[in-house]
Design a protein around this ligand. Structure first.
Ligand SMILES: Cc1cc2nc3c(=O)[nH]c(=O)nc-3n(C[C@H](O)[C@H](O)[C@H](O)COP(=O)(O)OP(=O)(O)OC[C@H]3O[C@@H](n4cnc5c(N)ncnc54)[C@H](O)[C@@H]3O)c2cc1C
Length: 424
């Protein structure tokens, strides 16, 4: 298995810091060995290192190489399938899910300020409506948040206010939520990795893990080394093939993003003067925002399983122009994709493969906040507190053995189904 450099994204082209951690060589022992250096793995490692644990993070490629360094950078509250989880928890379910749904944001804000991470973190997010039923959902959400004494500004926007806020008449309304926001995910991930190292963690890049041998001391093996650990955390999300059961519990779904050239001040004033992230309500959704250097980053799904930037550009540009015809003469500088883990049940998958081998994966489109919370939950579990861990671990994953192998026809079929639902 060869390791790979970062994909050709806008993020990889604008990193503050290029990581160059040595590969794993020789035999080591540690308290916790984390597999995967995306948000889940790095967040876990930082939580543990801050508490004084010895941690080794073993990454197949580079820090933030997977979805964490490629995503839309939209920091969205809530947890996928939270209603289902709340119901399973019982009486306190709604309150527990409410607290957890915003916890990832607090962890991110705290780390950005504590470690001085430069990741263009900004507040401001619009949930936009395409159909009257979306407006009804937004109004319901507004009422729900208002009754919670929500400490951040929220506002329902009319069709005209939405048009004024984001310079398009593609939407019939929106809700502004200042608790949510956007950021440069790869710079956040690398900043957190550096913070983990400053707290004593050891990170190894270019070191694909070949197997995990369970035992009182579990052993994680790569081509040139091994780590024996009291605990292992598997954080490879949609990119690992280390546990067949976990592969079958999730669909690896691709999402794609294009980044334009930097826009003129006039265009910025027209299409996003308040610098908010925008996400539509469809299952097969579109999301967009401005980068710090004022490019439009426009993301969405399409029925494509490759990584050719020309193909991605060709598929996403028409979708972007439907929203912003005024960008017809604007160049597209970057086009890339990544894989999201979507559990069959939509419930994030946190659990144990054996007594001391933990895993966390499958956050659907809510990974930026949820991975940060997952890191805290895993660190708590390793320290012996299972309260939040068990909320997820008690919900057993639904395993469909072909979910990974037959993903192309299954995902294509699923997308078609959801596209039909979106049109209703
Ligand atoms: C295009 C795109 C847009 C998205 N947009 C958003 C968004 O705007 N907001 C949001 O909240 N979420 C979004 N998401 C989802 C979010 O990015 C993910 O949920 C989150 O980053 C998952 O983090 P992770 O650390 O679990 O996995 P990843 O970031 O995928 O990291 C897994 C890591 O494990 C490593 N690995 C795998 N196998 C091995 C092995 N055998 N040995 C060692 N290492 C291994 C991989 O190399 C990788 O670095 C998006 C995802 C994509 C792809």
């Amino acid at each position: 298995m060869n390791s790979q450099p970062h994909t050709g994204s806008y993020y990889a082209a604008t990193v503050n810091d290029v990581t160059d951690f040595s590969p794993l060589r020789g035999a080591h022992s540690t308290d916790v060995c984390v597999i995967g250096a995306g948000f889940t793995g790095i967040s876990t490692a930082l939580h543990l290192a801050e508490r004084g644990y010895e941690v080794h993070v073993i990454e197949a490629n580079k820090v933030g190489w997977g979805a964490s360094g490629r995503n839309g950078g939209q920091m969205i509250g809530g947890i996928s399938a939270e209603g289902k989880i709340a119901k399973a928890v019982g009486t306190d379910g709604e309150k527990i899910m409410w607290d957890m749904g915003w916890a990832g944001h607090s962890i991110i804000r705290d780390r950005v300020s504590r470690y001085g991470i430069q990741c263009d973190l900004k507040a401001g997010y619009l949930d936009v409506a395409i159909k009257p039923r979306h407006v009804a959902a937004i109004e319901k959400e507004f009422e729900y948040l208002s009754n919670k004494d929500f400490p951040f500004e929220i506002k329902v926007l009319s069709r005209q206010e939405t048009q004024e806020a984001i310079g398009t008449d593609a939407y019939i309304g929106a809700m502004l939520n200042m608790a949510n926001g956007h950021l440069h995910p790869l710079n956040l991930c690398i900043g957190e990795a550096n913070a983990a190292v400053a707290n004593g963690a050891i990170i190894c890049e270019d070191s694909p893990v070949l197997r995990i041998e369970p035992g009182k001391q579990a052993i994680v093996t790569t081509e040139h080394g091994s780590v024996s650990a009291d605990f292992v955390v598997l954080a490879g999300n949609a990119y690992h093939d280390l546990a067949p059961k976990l592969r079958g519990a999730m669909f690896p779904v691709n999402s794609f993003i294009i980044a334009t050239e930097p826009l003129s001040a006039e265009l910025v004033a027209q299409i996003n003067p308040h610098d908010v992230a925008v996400c539509d309500p469809n299952f097969v959704l579109e999301y967009f925002r401005l980068s710090a250097d004022k490019r439009l980053l426009f993301g969405g799904r399409c029925n494509y399983f490759g990584s050719d930037p020309d193909v991605i550009r060709g598929k996403l540009r028409p979708k972007m122009l439907r929203i912003y015809p005024q960008l017809a003469d604007t160049k597209i500088d970057f086009a890339w994709g990544g894989t999201i883990g979507v559990p069959i049940t939509r419930v994030p998958l946190l659990g144990r493969l054996s007594d001391n081998v933990f895993y966390s994966q499958g956050y659907s489109g809510h990974g930026v906040n949820m991975t940060h919370l997952a890191g805290q939950i895993l660190a708590d579990a390793i320290a012996g507190t299972f309260e939040q861990f068990d909320v997820f671990a008690n919900l057993k994953p639904l395993v469909f053995p072909g979910a990974h192998s037959f993903r192309k026809p299954l995902v294509a079929l699923g997308v078609l189904y959801y596209q039909i639902m979106d049109r209703l």
